[in-house]
Design a protein around this ligand. Structure first.
Ligand code: DLL
Length: 435
């Protein structure tokens, strides 16, 4: 049984990978320049022509693309092909105002499925496995991504989607799931629920889990591995670059191999944009090498990490990225949903409150909690409890509509939120998500 899904690519020599990348980048830049006016304008403004890009070394000449550009160009401004050639749309989790929409041709879906298939095989998957996909299906990329990978590998695929934990457990047990794919916090919750129902880790047939979409620590890995009796593998990706499977962990569990035949990775200084030498910590930037519908050149992920090229015992030669160590913007991932503090601020201002607020995120029983403390003006202050509660519920509903998940709102008396002398401390994250 192969340990690789596409051995000739996954274990190719450095020279072979470079040759693939160099060939693809020339075509990808030409494709973007000819078909994506938005990016052509950025290149023209910088004075870069497609002919200037002859190899991946030249990528640094290209302009960056940011989430703000994606919003600017919403919905069709970055399409690299006619809409009639597209077969799929996905979108970033959460958020009404800040959604990013990504498009896929069948070719794009096929390559994406390959990336996820590599991840499943690296986790020990093969055609005899029963793969339970408990990431959300829908606009979010997790469900469909791992689903496509699982079918490519030939696993019997259980498209459970997330939630309904009782049914997850029933199917896991009755159908003998051997691999589970979901967010790490949901995996921990399933483990807990199994224990509460009286199951021992050895009662299930699971051997591996493929977890990602949010930060998780080594402690969390150990705890999930114990509670489910499995080996837990990390998987990384973002909607903009297709979804999960941009990078995945192998049996060494020391970082995630980036699928370098499809994505070229750089690490930059988030403040200056300067490309940093290998091994430096900085912001991860991706250039797609062979996407048709939604090709992105030098896309700033805002994820902070380190790339390493040390020889991996698994035999894969593709560069490895560390777990993301934070973000260079203020985006929070709460219960798998991307949340920006500015969205909460927008709701407060719309509803007539001041921007004096504090967001507290914690993790209780492996589930994220979100509390928002909102300071009242003296004239808004009331000592009638029921009146305050009514206002709190109204804010909770408005915030849920804006960000996609429901916070607990607490109205607090005037001047009770500590003023900062420097930048306001808007977010207190107690989850200790980074090692
Ligand atoms: O979270 C895609 C995905 C689905 C990845 C399933 C893995 C598994 P978005 O909703 O666009 O896409 O969120 C992307 O999530 O920029 C990171 O900040 C974060 N993220 C993704 N994977 C990991 C991970 C999906 N393994 C954003 N560890 C990214 C830490 C992760 N953070």
């Amino acid at each position: 049984m192969s340990r690789y899904f596409q051995p000739e690519i996954e274990t190719a020599s450095r020279e072979e990978i470079l040759a693939i990348q160099n060939e693809k980048i020339v075509k990808q830049v030409k494709h973007v320049y000819e078909n994506v006016k938005y990016y052509r304008d950025l290149m023209d403004a910088k004075g870069v022509k497609p002919e200037d890009i002859q190899s991946v070394d030249d990528i640094k000449k290209l302009p960056f693309l940011s989430k703000a550009d994606l919003r600017d160009a919403y919905p069709y401004g970055l399409l690299g092909t006619d809409l009639k050639n597209c077969v799929r749309i996905h979108s970033t989790s959460g958020t009404t105002g800040k959604r990013v929409v990504a498009f896929y041709t069948q070719h794009d879906v096929d390559l994406w499925n390959d990336c996820c298939a590599r991840a499943i095989v690296a986790a020990g998957g093969s055609c005899g496995d029963v793969c339970q996909v408990a990431y959300g299906y829908g606009l979010f990329t997790g469900g469909f991504g791992l689903h496509g990978g699982s079918e490519k590998v030939g696993c019997l695929t259980l498209p459970m989607s997330s939630g309904n934990t009782e049914r997850q457990i029933q199917f896991m047990m009755d159908l003998g799931a051997t691999i589970i794919c979901c967010t790490p916090s949901y995996a921990a919750y399933i483990g807990e629920t199994l224990a509460e129902a009286g199951y021992k880790p050895s009662d299930n047939k699971l051997k591996a889990g493929i977890f990602g979409a949010e930060p998780w620590t080594e402690e969390m890995r150990r705890s999930i591995e114990q509670s489910l009796g499995i080996k837990a593998f990390d998987i990384y990706g973002l909607t903009e670059t297709s979804g999960p499977g941009v990078a995945f962990e192998c049996e060494a569990q020391t970082g995630m191999h980036i699928n370098e035949d499809h994505f070229y990775a750089e690490i930059i200084d988030p403040d200056t944009g300067e490309v940093l030498p290998e091994g430096s910590k900085g912001e991860l930037v991706f250039t797609s090498l062979d996407k048709e519908a939604f090709p992105l050149l030098r896309y700033r992920t805002r994820d902070i990490c380190v790339l390493t090229r040390e020889k991996c015992p698994c035999g894969r030669t593709h560069v490895k990225m560390s777990k993301p160590m934070g973000r260079s913007d203020d985006m929070l991932i709460i219960r798998g949903v991307n949340v920006f503090p500015s969205q909460i601020e927008t709701v407060l201002l719309n509803e007539g409150y001041t921007p004096n607020y504090q967001i507290e995120v914690d993790r209780v029983n492996n589930s994220d909690t979100l509390d928002v403390y909102v300071e009242l003006l003296p004239e808004q202050f009331s000592d009638i409890v029921a009146e305050n509660q009514k206002k709190e519920r109204a804010l909770e509903i408005a915030m849920r509509t804006m960000i996609g998940i429901g916070p607990k709102v607490h109205l607090v008396p005037p001047h009770s939120i500590t003023r900062s002398e420097g930048k306001a401390v808007r977010v207190i994250d107690k989850r200790k998500l980074h090692d």
